[in-house]
Design a protein around this ligand. Structure first.
Ligand SMILES: [Fe+2]
Ligand SMILES: [Fe+2]
Length: 155
């Protein structure tokens, strides 16, 4: 499986969830959507940190090291904000403020991945990329169920 397509699809799912949370005005749907967002982000960051980033990091390109180290740090900040959100009332203005900060942080991070890191990752070559993608898909399916990496979610 192409790991870049897999990661991009997950990025789009996360973006869709941010929009849904913004539209849901009451606490209960917001909490449910937030739990779904957090679970998706956790799994996405795990397959990047455990499988994709280490492969990119060891490419013999100076910027590969820098861009992966920066990406790990950005994930750490995402996790800090995610850890705070369950303690904030979804109907409080602070919830919206935190969600705005989180979505901007993720938007910046996703842009860097899609515009820079994924291009650099192509240097790994098709065979290694496919092997990485298969491992990442297996990890996603272990959590979300068989076929989860092929199924396209309805908007
Ligand atoms: Fe990432
Ligand atoms: Fe990502």
């Amino acid at each position: 499986m192409d790991p870049i397509q897999l990661l991009k699809r997950q990025h789009r799912e996360v973006e869709a969830l941010f929009k849904k949370i913004d539209k849901a005005r009451s606490a209960e749907p917001r909490r449910a959507l937030l739990a779904e967002l957090a679970a998706n982000l956790k799994l996405h960051m795990a397959i990047e940190e455990e499988i994709f980033y280490p492969a990119v990091q060891q490419l013999p390109v100076k910027k590969a090291e820098d861009m992966t180290l920066e990406a790990y740090e950005e994930h750490a900040v995402v996790k800090l904000v995610l850890a705070e959100l369950p303690g904030v009332d979804p109907e409080d203005d602070r919830f919206d403020a935190k969600m705005t900060v989180l979505s901007e942080l993720i938007e910046h991070h996703v842009d860097e991945e899609e515009d820079e890191m994924f291009k650099t990752a192509k240097k790994l070559g098709a065979a290694e990329l496919n092997a990485l993608g298969d491992r990442m898909a297996a990890q996603v399916e272990a959590v979300k169920g068989p076929g989860a990496t092929r199924r396209r979610r309805a908007a």
